[in-house]
Write a protein that binds this ligand. Structure first.
Ligand SMILES: Nc1ncnc2c1ncn2[C@@H]1O[C@H](COP(=O)(O)OP(=O)(O)O)[C@@H](O)[C@H]1O
Ligand SMILES: [Mg+2]
Length: 543
């Protein structure tokens, strides 16, 4: 008879269990030291190993040569437990046995010694379903348990368990399993099932579980049922309704290029592929959140659940958008997600919502510029430095001939320089003003695993003092551990001039004194320094 993959591959030992590191360790230690408790709560999302761990614990306690942290899965007792047929391991589904009568019966049952084995283990699934009265009936049992009793209450909602019960149990919180681990697990299972699968197909399946191993294994079952022994990425994605990274890329490109028509076309595509609007929006939010996390923590961060391809694609995008941009996008998508909940015209809502992203991206730089006005040394966030539009041709241009404010469209979006990234990173922490100021006039260069910072020789000492801060920022920016070498810049520095440092090509204007004053204004300098060579003209609005 066919057995579903999730059951066929249910772990039989602590070692086989994915994730849950400290839980495995604590239980193994407790068993080894003979300090197993009488009552446990295993809480956590579905399909993360709660019931499985309860059974492994039962095997460990009742195994012939136990109690042992390494029970032998092939022993008769363990096989009985694995099959759910051991007399001394009682599994109860609280969803259908939640009342006081059931708990009274259970209480009586607890009083009888184990029929054959060392311990009598009660595994209660969905324990949050038990009524308050029924819980009360259990209190005394938990307080004065017979020596052979071990209770394991499994629940997805620990907050629904009364405090009186919680305080009498050891509580283990199961965590969603890392997608990387699930992916590897899927690979092994495919190997032993004789299934060949494209990497991206398995990545989509791993992601679909969102940390629930069981959900991923069910998706794998479904894919094998649909496509047999060859799993191709595109087909699998369609089956489980995952959005492809191409779809996400189209949306991102539309935002970057302020391309409203492109955005509408991407939405149309999404409908053609049969995605549900809210699901699609949720997936997009997840994608953008991943970009944000990678931007903050480096592309290789484990905080992101993404396959290798998705990571690589994301790596390209994070240079285009600032942290603020990405935060704004995630927020917009999350509110769009809840708006789509009970909305009748989902398609229109989605279109309008996604167009908002295009607008939000376009507005961002203006906000940043305005925000930086009052603060002379304030940073202007990421997009600025990639944004070298050619200076407007000065030949015919009077001061009033300004380039019409182009949207971000079609500009060559060069990635940020290492120095920009480092400065940006430093500015986001407090107390780094001096450091950033010194670095601003220095250079940054990555040489293999050495990050060379060349700074003003007179201030090198001050800089050196803050090495730990620099190191932390460097790791985040370079996404690997680097050695920092601080070198003195010996070239003589020109004395600071209040005048035209940027050479904006307007110095032949008649009103030189006025212009020089305008350029020396701290707010103007803050902007021109961030956008070198882009000062188009200076107009005296009084005349
Ligand atoms: N941490 C895990 N490691 C390996 N497989 C797991 C894990 N969690 C769940 N599974 C798989 O999912 C199935 C259901 O797991 P289960 O322990 O019943 O989850 P829960 O009780 O947390 O809902 C198992 O048979 C197993 O195949
Ligand atoms: Mg379970």
């Amino acid at each position: 008879m066919y057995q579903v993959i999730a059951r066929k591959y249910r772990p039989q030992t602590f070692e086989e269990l994915l994730g849950q590191g400290h839980i495995k360790q604590t239980l193994r230690n407790a068993i080894e030291q003979g300090r197993v408790g009488h009552a446990y709560i295993f809480s956590g999302p579905r399909g993360t190993g709660k019931t499985t761990t309860a059974r492994i614990l039962a095997m460990a306690l009742n195994c012939e040569e136990g109690p042992t942290p390494k029970p032998d899965p092939s022993s008769p007792v363990c096989q009985e437990i694995a099959a759910g047929g051991a007399l001394d391991v009682v599994e109860i589904d609280a969803a259908s046995n939640r009342g006081i009568d059931e708990m009274r019966r259970l209480r009586q049952n607890v009083q009888y010694r184990p029929v054959r084995d060392r311990y009598k283990i009660f595994i209660i699934d969905e324990a949050h379903q038990i009524t308050t009265d029924a819980f009360n009936a259990l209190l005394k049992t938990l307080e004065e348990p017979p020596e052979w009793m071990v209770f394991v209450l499994c629940t997805t909602e620990p907050q629904a368990i009364p405090a009186t019960i919680l305080s009498r149990c050891q509580h283990f919180a199961f965590q969603p399993v890392d997608v990387g681990e699930v992916l590897e697990h899927l690979g092994h299972i495919c190997d032993s099932e004789g299934v060949t699968a494209e990497d991206d197909a398995l990545a989509a399946i791993a992601l679909a579980g969102d940390g629930s191993v069981r959900d991923s294994l069910s998706a794998l079952d479904q894919a094998i049922a649909a496509f047999g022994n060859r799993l191709e990425a595109a087909a699998v994605r369609d089956l489980i309704g995952a959005i492809s990274s191409e779809s996400a890329d189209r949306i991102l490109a539309a935002i970057r290029d302020s391309d409203q028509a492109g955005m509408l076309a991407a939405v149309d595509d999404m409908f053609r592929q049969g995605h549900h609007p809210q699901y699609f929006c949720g997936e997009l939010a997840r994608h953008f959140r991943n970009l944000l996390v990678m931007k903050l923590a480096g592309a290789e961060t484990r905080l992101v659940s993404a396959g290798a391809r998705e990571r690589e694609a994301a790596g390209v995008w994070i240079d285009y958008f600032s942290e603020d941009d990405l935060t704004r996008f995630v927020n917009l998508l999350l509110s769009l997600y809840s708006e789509l909940q009970d909305c009748t015209h989902q398609r229109f809502r989605l279109e309008v919502g996604l167009l908002k992203l295009v607008h939000a991206a376009r507005l961002a730089p203006i906000e940043e510029v305005i925000g930086s006005l009052g603060r002379p040394s304030a940073p202007i966030a990421a997009p600025a430095s990639g944004d070298r539009r050619p200076t407007a041709a000065p030949s015919t241009g009077g001061p009033s001939r300004r380039a019409s404010p182009k949207p971000r469209a079609k500009r060559p979006s060069a990635p940020l320089s290492l120095k920009d990234k480092l400065l940006h990173r430093l500015r986001s922490s407090e107390g780094t003003e001096t450091l950033t100021e010194i670095l601003e006039s220095g250079t940054v260069q990555l040489d293999g695993r050495t990050l060379r910072l060349t700074v003003d020789s007179e201030r090198k000492g001050v800089f050196e003092l803050q090495r730990p801060v620099l190191e932390a920022a460097a790791v985040a920016v370079v996404a690997k551990k680097v050695r920092i070498s601080i070198e003195a810049d010996e070239t003589p520095r020109p004395p600071p001039k209040g005048g035209d440092a940027q050479g904006a090509g307007n110095s032949r204007q008649p009103s030189l004194g006025f212009e020089a004053r305008a350029k020396a204004d701290p707010a103007v300098r803050a902007i021109t320094e961030q956008h070198p060579g882009r000062l188009v003209g200076i107009a005296d609005l009084r005349s």
